[in-house]
Design a protein around this ligand. Structure first.
Ligand SMILES: Nc1ncnc2c1ncn2[C@@H]1O[C@H](COP(=O)(O)OP(=O)(O)OP(=O)(O)O)[C@@H](O)[C@H]1O
Ligand SMILES: [Mg+2]
Length: 318
């Protein structure tokens, strides 16, 4: 409970009779990345909108930076930055003018400080060269970067990023990831929504999975991977005889005679893996190969929600 940046309890939100958030709870520690995963329409943007004071919840309590989003909305707004799912960039203005607009809207920034902030952000986001061109001429990746740069003008300590890398090519996505990591290294807290499971796996300290109004999981990426069925240990033996000896030793083991492998369900934790190895030892067996297989977040999603994500996961492979 030290230093909680975001505390959400019993959050409810419906649009008409459609319940989008049916009582969700989670906390985000300061200086960490929290990722909310969910398919289209799960309620990710709705959650961001409530947490960033854009819309009101129907029930529950939400505290951001120590302030209640409803009764202390102004204090919350002063502490946060929001990069929405759809870019807030003004197409007719140049990159520099878009940033200037943010400086002008922020009364705490003097014009001299503003000029330096803008120059620094343009450089950091590799937009210096394009600074004087209208944003309408920017690529999708440049627009996303400009959008995030605009969010950072006021140096917010808690940053909401709603699908910051959707539609970006792999290189731009990696650039965005390193920017996000830098922000956290500087002490910021990040609330990130994504449909890319690999992204949550790469970036997040904690991941929550939203489905049909409920958080169906909440933990570290590794915890989630370990919790669901599918984690197993695989042994490969040198001979069929060894495989024959080993197979009856483990309940629920499945064997592959062709590959000479034995697949044993396990949570993958050190204790249970040690027990498996000890058992082999008891029978003076040794495996040529030994590996622990944890499912990736795609498997997690399927197991938890009973359906896959709607995103193309071609790049989520090994
Ligand atoms: N202002 C609104 N009025 C009515 N329904 C809404 C409104 N905003 C969102 N919804 C509904 O709430 C549900 C959740 O929407 P939300 O935008 O939060 O999903 P999401 O997880 O962000 O999806 P996506 O991945 O497509 O961005 C959807 O069914 C949507 O149609
Ligand atoms: Mg959304």
């Amino acid at each position: 409970m030290t230093n909680t940046a975001i505390a959400v309890s019993g959050l409810r939100k419906a649009f008409g009779d459609k319940v989008v958030l049916d009582g969700i709870d989670f906390d985000v520690s300061a200086g960490t990345i929290f990722s909310l995963l969910g398919p289209n329409g799960a309620g990710k943007t709705t959650t961001v909108n409530v947490l960033s004071t854009l819309i009101k919840a129907d029930g529950g309590t939400v505290r951001v930076a120590g302030h209640d989003v409803e009764s202390e909305a102004k204090a919350v707004r002063a502490a946060i930055g929001v990069t929405g799912q759809f870019a807030a960039v003004d197409e007719l203005l140049t990159g520099q003018e878009n940033l200037q607009l943010m400086v002008d809207l922020n009364r705490r920034i003097s014009s001299r400080d503003g000029a330096k902030i803008i120059a620094d952000l343009l450089e950091r986001f590799e937009l210096t060269e394009a600074a004087k061109k209208p944003a309408s001429t920017y690529s999708g990746g440049m627009r996303r970067k400009l959008d995030l740069a605009m969010t950072l003008v006021g140096n917010p300590r808690i940053i909401f990023l709603d699908e910051p890398t959707t539609g970006l090519d792999p290189r731009s996505r990696r650039t965005m990831w390193s920017i996000i990591r830098e922000l956290v290294a500087d002490g910021a807290t990040i609330f990130l929504t994504t449909q890319y499971l690999e992204e949550a796996d790469q970036l997040a300290d904690r991941v929550a999975v939203l489905d049909q109004g409920h958080l169906v999981a909440d933990g570290t990426p590794d915890q989630l991977k370990r919790e669901i069925p599918g984690t197993h240990v695989r042994f490969r033996f040198a001979t069929v005889t060894e495989l024959d000896t080993a197979a009856p030793l483990f309940a629920d083991a499945t064997r592959d005679d062709e590959a000479l492998t034995l697949r044993v369900p396990s949570d993958g934790g050190t204790r249970s893996v040690r027990a498996l190895l000890d058992r082999l030892d008891e029978y003076a067996l040794s495996a040529d190969e030994f590996s622990v297989h944890t499912p990736d977040l795609d498997d997690v999603f399927l197991a938890l929600t009973g359906h896959t994500t709607t995103t193309d996961t071609t790049e989520a492979g090994k």
